[in-house]
Design a protein around this ligand. Structure first.
Ligand SMILES: [Zn+2]
Length: 255
């Protein structure tokens, strides 16, 4: 059994959400954690997660959406504080690749949402693109908050800093790409700190590269990781499921 720990399963990307979720189940991907990236998608992920037993949601505003009103996010999070399906604050972070000119505003937004994570005792899902140093500096301001670094693509040194801060590392389809340098880093990281994610609809793994990604593709990434580390896919499944249960405080831990 597997969990897709990061996917954008919303109407913006899929016409038939029901069949995406069913297809995941048919491929042994029993749980899906879906992320918001804007205020409107927060409402949508709450609704979808309430409809399906095996779908959980994260609430937050992505750094590309700097014009969003975070006081509305505050109200949504407060209203859902006892919702067992709301398991994290995300997707939040810093992105200097697309929107360097809004740096200051992004820092303010990230801090605002780290405060929410602290207040409501939820982990965070972090997006960091070309912004490693500033991301680390801000995460360090919140030692009581942990989470995971989604689609990690940095160096071994950077990964070790995140691990030391208590964060997990997200492994996605990029790992399966032919010339991905990230393989050399991931192979050296401990399995008990890795999570599997698709980032659907983006970054479909080989041999589906270029297609619309789906949570059903998680076993392709798991299999690649198992081969890379020279272990069985069952071991990857067992350990990454435990990691999910522990980080998000859901399900049972079988140790
Ligand atoms: Zn994402």
């Amino acid at each position: 059994m597997f969990t897709d720990s990061h996917a954008h399963i919303t109407k913006e990307f899929y016409d038939d959400i029901e069949s995406v979720i069913k297809n995941a189940k048919d491929n042994n991907v029993n749980r899906i954690i879906i992320d918001a990236d804007s205020i409107s998608s927060c409402y949508e992920v709450i609704e979808i997660s309430s409809k399906y037993d095996n779908v959980y949601c994260c609430l937050g505003v992505h750094p590309e959406n700097v014009d969003e009103d975070l006081s509305e996010l505050d109200r949504i999070v407060e209203a859902n504080k006892d919702n067992p399906k709301f398991i994290a604050i995300g997707e939040i972070g810093l992105d200097y690749y697309w929107t360097k000119e809004t740096k200051e505003k992004q820092h303010e937004m990230l801090r605002h949402q780290m405060e929410l994570a602290k207040k409501y005792k939820r982990p965070v899902i972090i997006h960091s693109r070309e912004a490693t140093k500033d991301t680390i500096d801000i995460l360090k301001e919140y030692p009581e908050v942990i989470g995971y670094i989604h689609c990690f693509s940095g160096s071994l040194e950077t990964a070790e800093i995140y691990l030391k801060l208590g964060y997990y590392i997200g492994v996605g389809g990029v790992l399966t790409f032919k010339n991905a340098n990230i393989k050399d880093v991931i192979v050296k990281l401990p399995l008990d700190r890795l999570l599997l994610e698709t980032d659907s609809p983006f970054l479909a793994p080989t041999p589906k590269r270029g297609e619309t990604n789906e949570p059903a593709n998680i076993p392709l990434i798991a299999n690649f990781l198992a081969n890379l580390k020279g272990i069985s896919i069952e071991e990857v499944s067992k350990q990454t499921e435990n990691n999910i249960n522990k980080l998000f405080n859901i399900g049972d831990i079988n140790e």
